[in-house]
Design a binder for this molecule. Structure first.
Ligand code: TEU
Length: 559
């Protein structure tokens, strides 16, 4: 396996709207990020992935871009972006931008042209079709509920939008569109950006024929129709050859429908497409028949299988990405930990889990202090278009809306989008004005300032484990094996190479557990745990305890 800076990097994801506001308009901005660069650097991360900051009417908070070459004024505009990049590079931090190239905003000049007439030169930048009978061309639905087709009165055709109707899908079949996107990428690379996270890249190649989806479950329509279209690998290889291969940058493709069967096709080094992908096997783990807003219980063995299966799938020539949340899912500690009695321990456990896995690690803003889900008292507080559409749909279907509010509390994307909790002052130190989304009320005790002053805080633990990973490359490049995969409470694995071995134990339950293994306790020694001042019988774990053990004869490890 070749060694590379991006394989060894720890990436910190920023959702700029919610990071730090400096103007008092209630929206986070780039000067806010600049102000916090020393803080970010102090975490020990190497790369910042910045969610979209381009010009956008914000129907989907920046994932609807109206100008790929302009930075939104809400975030501070062009010049301040240049300063950000300069200040980051000065500190040795790299910048990965978000490239949203499956669709644009309907307010992008290409779409405005495209909509004008059937013979406009930009018409086939998008996907326009005649209706069928009195309705849309197919029965396809959008990710955010309702039809994926919108009718245009003037030209009497429908355009395709997998997301909101203000996010028309680009027609990648058209070589001019591909050239435009490649030019955009060149534009940012020439400015010095260090890579792209590519939004829903698995969706850019559309189905060969446009006919009704036979699948009652939307998830099946995604997997079998929308994702991994017939030309996806042709497009990505072309992108790689024409643009990516010319720069020392990193790429990570996000993708619904990327699974164990096709994951390696995207990232196999020999195929020259992308460096990494984000799959969602662990984040869709609790989706029921009705998708994300129809959650079902899941068990730990299933969660562990995802890590083992992906390790196996990518071993043959690809590289993985490790994450437990982002701006589209609820907070990791509320979801996979216990954000009540064991908030501190389980936050630290999950941080340890992330930083002891192989692959590039992506950490989401706020997880360094264990930020949690929020439970707003009513739907009026929510902002996210996915949540609001799911709410309308549930109402239309006559669902019990009190029960649905509880589902929103656990599933809404806004859980991850509440503003950063910097201190216990007004609006958690995020803004002087009215925050665009209400602050989680727990900010008075859960905030960066409080954790800075506490040696044993989640924040300081996070810094320490990042350093630990940095010093021990076996955690990045070593082999992986999960032990007792069927154990319902313990997640245990080995990471090793010729010289060293770590044994990592996580108790992901509210009860104490004993690791009953065929291993000689004497051969191991404790190097890290999230619970100090408790009895440390090596293979015994307190609720939500995590332990990193090292094999005593390991050479080449730094504890
Ligand atoms: O997300 C793609 C995606 O698959 C999401 O729609 C996901 O299914 C959903 O958010 C889970 O709740 C990307 C971006 O990360 C997301 O923020 C955008 O809304 C979306 O693409 C459209 O650009």
């Amino acid at each position: 396996m070749s060694r590379n800076w991006w394989k060894e990097s720890v990436v910190y994801q920023i959702y700029p709207r919610s990071f730090k506001d400096t103007t008092g308009d209630g929206i986070g901005d780039i000067p806010g990020i600049i102000e916090k660069l020393d803080y970010i650097k102090s975490l020990g991360v190497d790369v910042i992935w910045l969610c979209p900051v381009y010009e956008s009417p914000n129907d989907d908070n920046g994932y609807d871009i109206s100008n790929y070459r302009k930075i939104s004024k809400d975030f501070g505009g062009q010049e301040v972006f240049e300063t950000l990049l300069e200040q980051m590079h000065k500190r040795g931090l790299k910048l990965v931008m978000d490239l949203v190239a499956n669709h644009t905003s309907d307010e992008h000049s290409w779409f405005k042209e495209s909509k004008k007439s059937k013979d406009n030169p930009y018409r086939d930048y998008y996907i326009w079709k005649d209706g069928k009978g009195n309705g849309p061309p197919t029965n396809w639905t959008s990710f955010f509920n309702g039809s994926a087709w919108e009718y245009d009165e003037d030209t009497q055709q429908y355009y395709l939008h997998y997301f909101t109707k203000k996010q028309p899908d680009l027609n990648w079949e058209n070589p001019k569109v591909r050239r435009e996107i490649f030019d955009v990428m060149e534009y940012w690379f020439k400015k010095g950006v260090d890579g792209f996270r590519m939004d829903v890249i698995s969706l850019i190649s559309k189905p060969a024929v446009f006919e009704d989806s036979p699948y009652p479950k939307f998830q099946d329509t995604i997997i079998n129709l929308y994702a991994n279209g017939p030309k996806i690998h042709q497009y990505l290889h072309e992108m790689n050859q024409k643009v990516l291969s010319k720069y020392d940058i990193m790429t990570v493709g996000e993708g619904p429908g990327i699974d164990l069967k096709n994951g390696l096709l995207y990232v196999d080094e020999k195929r020259e497409e992308l460096d990494m992908v984000f799959h969602f096997d662990h984040l869709y783990i609790d989706c029921g028949e009705g998708g994300k807003y129809d959650p079902v219980p899941y068990d730990l063995p299933k969660f562990k299988n995802v890590f083992s299966d992906w390790d196996e799938a990518l071993k043959k020539g690809g590289w993985g990405s490790i994450f437990l949340g982002n701006h589209d899912f609820s907070r990791m500690v509320s979801r996979f930990g216990n954000d009540r009695e064991y908030h501190d321990a389980s936050s630290k456990l999950l941080i340890t889990l992330l930083l002891t896995m192989g692959g590039t690690v992506y950490l989401y803003q706020g997880d360094e202090i264990g930020m949690t889900n929020v439970a707003y008292p009513n739907i009026g507080h929510y902002n996210d278009v996915e949540t609001l559409n799911a709410w309308c749909e549930a109402e239309k279907n006559g669902q019990d809306m009190d029960a649905f509010l509880t589902i929103v509390h656990s599933q809404s994307r806004d859980n991850a989008r509440t503003p950063m909790q910097w201190n216990d002052q007004r609006n958690s130190g995020f803004t002087e004005g009215k925050p665009w989304l209400s602050i989680n009320p727990n900010y008075t005790s859960l905030n960066v300032a409080a954790q800075e002053t506490c040696e044993t805080s989640i924040l300081n633990y996070y810094r320490d484990i990042i350093q630990f990973r940095k010093k021990n490359s076996v955690l990045v490049y070593g082999d992986y094996e999960c032990l007792q995969e069927e154990h319902p409470q313990l997640f245990i694995y080995r990471r090793w190479d010729e010289a060293s071995e770590f044994l990592i134990l996580h108790n992901m339950s509210n009860e104490p557990q004993k690791f009953a293994a065929d291993l000689n306790v004497e051969r191991f020694m404790l190097c890290k745990t999230n619970l100090e001042n408790v009895t440390q019988d090596l293979f015994h774990l307190h609720p939500w305890q995590t332990k990193i053990l090292v094999r005593v004869d390991s050479s080449n490890v730094v504890i």
